[in-house]
Design a protein around this ligand. Structure first.
Ligand code: PLP
Length: 354
């Protein structure tokens, strides 16, 4: 039987998506060729790219609103660099909210291009909460935030209302909950958490915001170059985009983001309830900022670690170890994680006693 995969990333994908992907690797579109051995310019692959792009806009409700979709490479980590390269004006200033390791990395890259105003940071408490009261300067070229902090298990529930540009790293919670996505001017996400395999990075950008930095941008790092070539400036990560397309289709068939959000809430509630009522466990993140995607917790008595680890492994659970900077445990319950697997984990916790 397949394991209950609580891994943080790469992570669980829908079983039917894996099945279809493996079939296409052997025989794509009944062409008697593998998906990964046909030209990326063949009509079948061009169709896949188009379908993936249109599903993104449809699911995010961003059709006909001036947004374009790109599938790039280099992971979300390259977007830490590409966003300031493309949006931070020469001698300009950008505002960043520092909510964890990923935000900190994004800040480091932005500093290469200009002044970075860190509007607030939760570093004082090892990023266990989301700062709330901060001021974003009107003259900041853009404001950057991380919607879900994969490592620490916190999630932004609201986003600042501002006239200027809003940029968001949604790597670990995109397509997981309903938001007014049109409040963002640029969204990026590594595929490998809620969408597909590592190797593709999703970028959703409002075209009108590009080309205004006054800076020369190398082709591979220039969003406008990729846009003008429909994400085919160079060979795209065909397999990663194909699997992403299958996952997006799976999500659409399920009823879209509204439907998955209900399931995600039910999974998170079940697990947080157990953490809160079981004296052997304690949550890590501030209650109001708890993530519905990455649930972080610790044992109240660390000497029980070996015994607890043996118990969840025995139940067929994989990937529950916390990030080295937080310790304890992290249950990643992304879109593809079925409620039944969360029930298995909660049962292990319920039945665990010292
Ligand atoms: C995983 C993750 C990243 C890094 O993604 P890569 O694709 O490995 O570069 C960045 N931001 C967040 C929020 C993440 O969860």
């Amino acid at each position: 039987m397949k394991k209950h995969n609580f891994s943080a990333g790469p992570c669980i994908l829908p079983q039917e998506v894996l099945q279809k992907a493996s079939e296409a690797v052997l025989n794509f579109n009944n062409e008697d060729l593998s998906l990964i051995e046909v030209s990326h310019r063949s009509s079948g692959i061009v169709e896949v790219m188009e379908k993936a792009r249109s599903l993104v806009l449809e699911l995010l409700k961003l059709e006909n609103k001036g947004y374009s979709v790109l599938f790039l490479q280099g992971g979300a980590s390259l977007e830490f660099l590409m966003t300031p390269y493309n949006l931070l004006k020469n001698n300009g200033k950008a505002a960043y909210l520092d909510t964890g390791a990923w935000s900190s990395k994004a800040i480091k890259e932005a500093k290469i291009f200009g002044e970075v105003d860190i509007v607030a940071s939760s570093k004082d408490k090892n990023f266990s909460y989301i700062p709330k009261d901060y001021v974003i300067a009107d003259d900041a070229d853009y404001f950057h935030c991380t919607s879900n902090n994969t490592i620490f298990g916190t999630q932004m529930k609201t986003f600042p209302d501002r006239k200027g540009l809003l940029v968001c790293d949604m790597s670990s919670d995109i397509f997981s909950r309903e938001l007014d996505f049109s409040q963002f001017d640029l969204i990026y996400a590594g595929a490998q958490k809620n969408m597909g395999p590592a190797g593709a990075t999703l970028v959703v950008v409002k075209e009108e915001i590009l080309g205004k930095t006054g800076r020369e941008i190398p082709s591979m790092l220039d969003y406008q170059v990729h846009l003008s070539k429909d994400s085919m400036f160079n060979t795209p990560p065909v397999f990663a985009v194909y699997v992403s397309m299958l996952t997006l289709q799976w999500l659409k068939d399920l009823g879209g983001i509204a439907a998955i959000e209900k399931i995600n809430k039910a999974k998170a509630e079940l697990l947080y309830n157990e953490i809160d009522q079981n004296p052997l466990f304690e949550g890590v993140a501030a209650t109001e900022d708890r993530s519905t995607m990455n649930v972080t917790f610790v044992l109240t008595d660390d000497s029980l670690k070996e015994k607890f680890d043996a118990a969840w492994k025995r139940a067929g659970i994989n990937g529950l170890g916390g990030h080295r900077s937080v310790g304890g445990y992290r249950a990643s319950i992304y879109n593809a994680m079925p409620l039944e697997s969360v029930v298995v984990l909660v049962d292990v916790m319920k039945n665990f006693n010292n």
